[in-house]
Ligand binder design. Structure first.
Ligand code: BGP
Length: 467
């Protein structure tokens, strides 16, 4: 008997910049990623999302494949500059129509849409106007954008999340300089992060004020860090890492306040975040309905004897760089006994059960969706077939890990592997594949089902029994 509830959602995820292409079609404005990826030396061999999977033009074909796969939900993001080319003001009706048609197509196939409002493609116009997330004006701009989306799509969509992985777009954008806006300025980064939390709270408030029927959440990547040893210095380093990776990112949206120890540390070191009157109440009154949890890997934490104070160098791993400016207080090290992917991400399924357990321990019984989980690999093609057995192994172990969390009593409501189709990996181009569907980039972006497609079909059909 399956541990998964009868109405458990079996989905898959994508994000606008990584899948849509059509980066300047039909009145769309440029995003910070459209600009950044065209700067020399920013991405793997200069790859960008200009075309990506061309999902913008082929969404009907893609939704038909989702239906064939048996998906009951699809997590995708809206490109802010596609619907509001300047970030605020004039609406691009062609952009609205694209999402509206996509939603209708999904519903026609009984696939429940889950929308992410912000998956990193900020309108460049807002970056230029007031410094993007670093400017307080962003809070009003985001609210305007969120309201537009609720108004146009809220009649048909009942699962929403505001932000995807703040630690990554703020950490890599403001601490390590690997993402737009390419800064290494922790003070600004912490303030920008505060604006993200305020924007989330305002968008949650609007969602409720507008009476949208459904739930709204916040998505973080959660790598349960473990200390490399039980020595007190490593344990202390791990506590700080946990404070930054988890408490800093979930407390403001689930408890409506910052973790006190981390807040004191940030204010002592950088004098931020700066609060305006009403900020604390706004956070307190607008906690989210659910959390989305993205999980790929574990990271091991050790004391950092190499640097004094703050170190902004990155270990080269996404999500580990920067550590919100406190990386000097710990470092990420390799697990000598770990199993790693070709991109050096530790494969550790137990970590997913563990991550869910840590959330329940700190925040109680909050509904959880696993909004991303997957294996990035160069899939072998043998006689024309895409044989991604390692992906099947990875996903089945992680689904088992979700099942164990449910057995322990966790309220997990859905699972969205990353990703439905092969798409752009932000800094790694198209060579790091995640999809159930392969895209032949030499042959007019033809879609081809991988071995994992058939496997996931069975998983869904058996509600997680046949792994
Ligand atoms: C998450 C992002 C996704 C996706 C995934 C895989 O952090 O939310 O957008 O990119 O990671 O990461 P990568 O493409 O770097 O392997």
């Amino acid at each position: 008997m399956s541990q998964f509830p009868k109405d458990f959602l079996w989905g898959a995820a994508t994000a606008a910049y990584q899948v849509e292409g059509a980066h300047d079609a039909d009145g769309k404005g440029l995003s910070v990623w459209d600009v950044f990826s065209h700067l020399p030396g920013t991405t793997h061999e200069g790859t960008n999302g200009d075309v990506a999977a061309d999902h913008y033009h082929r969404f009907k074909e893609d939704v038909a494949l989702m239906a064939e796969l048996g998906m009951t939900s699809y997590r995708f993001s809206i490109s802010w500059p596609r619907v509001l080319p300047n970030g605020t003001g004039e609406v691009n009706e062609a952009g609205i129509k694209f999402y509206s048609d996509l939603i209708d197509e999904l519903l026609r196939h009984n696939i429940r849409p889950m929308i992410t409002l912000y998956h990193w493609d900020l309108p460049q116009a807002l970056q230029d106007k007031f410094g993007g997330w670093a400017g307080r004006e962003i809070v009003d701009a985001f609210d305007e954008y969120a309201r537009l989306c609720y108004q146009r799509f809220g009649d048909r969509v009942d699962l929403w999340s505001t932000f995807n992985e703040t630690i990554v777009f703020i950490g890599m954008g403001y601490f390590t300089g690997q993402h737009p806006p390419k800064l290494k300025d922790p003070k600004l980064g912490i303030q920008a992060c505060h604006h993200v939390f305020l924007s989330n709270a305002r968008a949650v408030k609007s969602f409720r004020e507008m009476g949208i029927k459904g739930q709204i959440g916040f998505v973080n990547v959660l790598q349960p860090n473990d200390p490399i040893s039980q020595e007190p210095e490593d344990i202390r380093a791990w506590e700080i890492a946990e404070g930054i990776y988890t408490h800093w990112l979930y407390d403001p949206v689930l408890k409506g306040e910052y973790p006190r120890d981390m807040l004191e540390m940030a204010q002592a070191a950088f004098g931020v975040p700066e609060f305006h009157p009403g900020d604390a109440e706004l956070l307190k009154e607008n906690i989210v309905d659910f959390i989305g949890l993205n999980y790929y890997k574990r990271e091991m934490v050790a004391r950092n004897d190499d640097v004094q104070g703050f170190d902004l160098n990155t270990s080269g791993q996404k999500g580990s760089g920067g550590g919100m400016g406190f990386k000097g207080l710990f470092k990420i090290v390799k697990n000598p006994n770990g199993v790693y992917t070709d991109w050096d991400w530790e494969i550790y399924p137990e970590g997913l059960t563990d991550a869910i357990g840590r959330i329940r321990h700190r925040y109680g019984e909050v509904p959880i969706y696993i909004t991303e989980n997957g294996l990035g690999a160069k899939d072998p093609i043998v006689d024309g077939a895409v044989l991604d057995q390692p992906r099947i192994d990875y996903l089945s172990e992680h689904i088992r890990a979700v099942g164990r969390a449910i057995e322990q009593g966790a309220d997990v409501r859905g699972y969205y592997p990353w990703s439905f189709i092969d798409l752009l990996s932000w800094l790694n181009g198209y060579q790091k594949q995640y999809g159930f569907v392969y895209i032949d980039r030499e042959n007019n972006l033809a879609r081809k089902k991988k071995l994992s497609f058939e496997w996931y079909q069975k998983v869904i059909r058996s509600n997680g029994d046949e792994l």
